[in-house]
Design a protein around this ligand. Structure first.
Ligand SMILES: [Ca+2]
Ligand SMILES: [Ca+2]
Ligand SMILES: [Ca+2]
Length: 208
């Protein structure tokens, strides 16, 4: 009995320790949690897959989608030491059509993702955008152009000066920002309804 209680106590400590070590930060404005994962060699595509393999409090992870100035400000207030990180924006499908390709926003427009910017650095905002001056510029930068990937189609979030930039798959990032979006209320409501229906069925069976 004593060994069983010791095992249970060790399990509880382990669970609490795991929850404490993974400590994504909550933002009331989006009801999402946010975290940074350090990886200076990961590509945007691999970071997208890695973020989507994570979960927190039952909510699936995805590369961060920044759809308001308030959400952007929250990230700057809490991840100022990150420098550069992948976020979930890309114009790889159609050059100059910048869309959120991850999370709930990635499901918009029939799965194309939510459009937020059209064109280059002098383009047109369709939603919230916070590009650095002259970005997105779709160039290969000051380095040697790679014929296999001559353009910049993936967005990085830069803590200082607090703006965005388009870069290539293998960019100069420190890692990636993960957002855990809350499961929409209708899902919770649906589960509660199913639960109540199951309880009433059990209760009816017992009365028979
Ligand atoms: Ca978001
Ligand atoms: Ca591009
Ligand atoms: Ca650029």
């Amino acid at each position: 009995m004593k060994s069983t209680m010791t095992t249970v106590a060790a399990f509880v400590v382990l669970v609490l320790a795991r929850q404490a070590s993974a400590a994504p930060i909550f933002f009331t404005g989006t009801e999402s949690h946010y975290d940074f994962v350090s990886d200076s060699v990961i590509t945007w595509t691999d970071a997208k897959v890695a973020a989507e393999s994570l979960s927190f409090l039952g909510n699936p992870g995805h590369l961060v989608t920044i759809t308001s100035a308030a959400e952007d400000a929250f990230l700057h207030a809490n991840f100022s030491g990150v420098d550069r990180a992948w976020m979930g924006a890309s114009d790889a499908a159609v050059e100059g059509e910048w869309r959120w390709a991850t999370g709930p926003e990635g499901l918009a427009d029939g799965g194309q993702g939510l459009l937020f910017w059209l064109g280059n650095g002098s383009g047109t905002p369709v939603g919230y955008a916070n590009w650095y001056i002259g970005e997105p510029n779709d160039t290969c930068g000051s380095g040697v152009c790679d014929p296999a990937e001559p353009s910049e189609d993936y967005a990085e979030w830069i803590a200082a000066p607090g703006t965005w930039n388009d870069i290539k798959q293998i960019g100069d990032v420190a890692g990636y920002l993960v957002e855990y979006s809350s499961i929409p209320e209708p899902s919770s409501f649906f589960l509660v309804t199913i639960g109540l229906f199951a309880l009433s069925s059990v209760s009816r069976c017992r009365r028979r």
